[in-house]
Design a protein around this ligand. Structure first.
Ligand code: CP
Ligand code: NVA
Length: 314
């Protein structure tokens, strides 16, 4: 008879939802990184952890990585998912959608245009809601990214992460995660595309507490000086496609190419959440270079989200 493999009990998160990065405490964030490591190393130990659990995936916007890694994570943990594509709350109020879903499923993963949609679902659903990207945050991406950096450098404390480009959802989530893990963070954006002032102020508070540096500038050279990792993302995020031409002009000095990379540390890695627009925010040369860790990031989406699901629903 097969014997059950002993799995150490998983610490649960205190917050009901993962709507924003700061819904995880510092301790929970650190624990999640440890658990991601365990899950990545020994996936077979967790294959029944979500047995009998069902999760609904709501996607208002396209996705390759997030959708597939959530579907795979849920299946590999022994659970199952159902997916709904298209606008959430167009046919009926969000509070009704939330109170339908929570009668059927144990958790909701939602990618929405507006952060308000995530928050309203979270307010009305008794099942936990996980933010799979909104206009304000991409917290699951940031989890995988900091885990990837830890894998690359061994230790996060003392690293400098530089983001060049649009002050967008991905930048916000990275900014909020960096200081809590002891990293300096710098962001260079063209004027008019700076990150949200309220999120910057939150991140400044976290940096002051942690004794790390947060720089917000329009000068890529300033942001890249001393950086261990250079991160960029598309110039026009989903929902801003109509501004793409204007943004291409405004952002041209912010393209991550070999010359920009040379302003960072010689051992600096290149990061991108993907999908990337080669020839715009990054050159093909940098994407394909030995410094690029974009596919490690993509792989780690799976492992980090498994750890998150275990902590929220396991
Ligand atoms: N990085 C990321 O979230 O990719 P998708 O849009 O393909 O999910
Ligand atoms: N900032 C991008 C990230 C895509 C994963 C967007 O919101 O479209």
């Amino acid at each position: 008879m097969a014997t059950a493999i002993a799995v150490r009990p998983i610490s649960k998160v205190a917050a009901h939802d993962f709507a924003r990065d700061l819904d995880l405490t510092d301790d929970e964030l650190n624990y999640l990184l440890e658990l991601t490591e365990r899950v990545k190393r020994a996936p077979s130990k967790f294959t029944r952890a979500l047995s009998g659990k069902y999760i609904s995936l709501l996607f208002e916007k396209p996705s390759l990585r997030t959708r597939l890694t959530f579907e795979l994570a849920i299946k590999q943990l022994g659970g199952d998912s159902v997916t709904c594509e298209g606008p959430v709350g167009a046919r009926e109020p969000l509070k009704d959608v939330a109170r339908n879903l929570d009668r059927w499923v144990n958790g909701i993963v939602a990618r929405t245009f507006s952060q308000n949609t995530i928050e309203e679902l979270a307010e009305w659903s008794s099942a936990p809601v996980i933010n799979a990207l909104s206009d304000m945050y991409h917290p699951c991406q940031a989890l995988a990214d900091v885990f990837t950096l830890r894998e690359q450098f061994g230790e996060l404390r003392g690293l400098k992460l530089a983001f060049v480009g649009d002050g967008n959802n991905v930048a916000h989530s990275l900014m909020l995660s960096a200081a809590r893990l002891g990293m300096d963070f710098a962001i260079a954006t063209p004027c008019g595309y700076a990150p949200n002032a309220e999120i910057v102020s939150q991140a400044e508070g976290l940096a002051a507490l942690a004794g790390t540096r947060l720089e917000v500038t329009s000068d890529p050279a300033e942001a890249l000086a001393g950086a261990h990792a250079v991160y960029t993302d598309v110039w026009a995020s989903m929902g801003h496609e109509q501004e793409a031409d204007e943004r291409r002009e405004r952002f041209s000095a912010y393209q991550v190419n070999e010359s920009l990379m040379s302003l960072a540390r010689p051992d600096a890695v290149f990061m991108h959440c993907l999908p990337a627009k080669r020839g715009e925010e990054v050159t093909d040369e940098v994407m394909e270079s030995g410094r690029s860790i974009v596919f490690e990031q993509a792989e780690n989406r799976l492992h980090a989200q498994k750890a998150l699901l275990l902590m929220m629903l396991g």
